[in-house]
Ligand binder design. Sequence first.
Ligand code: NAD
Length: 292
Amino acid sequence: MIRLDGKQTSATLKREIAEQVEQLVKAGGKQPHLAAILVGNDGASETYVASKVRACKEVGFKSSLFRYETTVTEAELLSKIEDINSDRDIDGLIVQLPLPKHISEEKVTEKIDPSKDVDGFHPQNMGRLALGSPCFVSATPHGIMELIARYNIQTSGKKCVVIGRSNIVGRPMSILMSQKGIDTTVTLCHSRTQDLKEICLEADIIIAALGKVEFLKADMVKEGATVIDVGITRVPSDKTKSGWKLLGDVDFENVAPKCNFITPVPGGVGPMTIASLLFNTLKSAKKEVYNS
Ligand code: NAD
């Protein structure tokens, strides 16, 4: 069994990005610049945004954080996005989700200029992904594809089961795993899927992205499978300083002995997500997806 080490792989990816930034600046280019909008003080969102800002520093990016109280109006937020869209110094913009109920996430997502949408959530990027055209692939699916490529996991002709059909993980994963060059045969499962255990037992690769702690059990996985655990759920713990720990969607202890490859939680998919956001921002700065 080989553990897919997201910590180490993301460190490698970040090193590669930092080298490219250095070359870019040496050649007279500007530092890539990522902007983030954070509304309110939700603990998890604060942590995510702080680690994104820290990661920018690590690779030599500029970053700007725009903070708003939860009382901000939708119009104010949309107007800020317009300003950022036309700011030539900013290459990428992310709006940390979730947003307060009175603000439409759909409107906010669609307001972001697709050429700065480094989260890859804009319909134009999702549509291009489905068509196999150049686009920003959302960070978590991109991170998973990097892990698969860098560990040389065989995909062509294999059976892949994705559990969860969200727009940010499951659905884009199902598209990526069926694209030309990857060539798995994909089954996309969700909360209404019947006979999930039988479907999983057929799979060479299982990607669990449903947000249910230790859902995937050993009796659902065939010998020699690859298992990618996307889930991260905070559960109370008296053994950590923070008072909580992270658990995945896979019963790691019992599933791992059956696998050829498996990601741990934490230290698997999670670290790859932030590195992929940086990757997209660099691509945007280099105008590799959209030319203008
Ligand atoms: P979501 O709640 O939007 O979607 C969950 C999906 O799982 C739904 O499509 C639903 O149909 C499916 N589902 C629910 N119960 C099911 C069941 N019993 N059987 C089969 N399918 C079922 O979740 P999401 O935003 O895609 O996130 C999923 C998990 O991944 C969460 O734990 C989230 O925290 C985590 N996540 C991790 C990262 C990362 O960087 N590691 C990034 C994004 C999300």
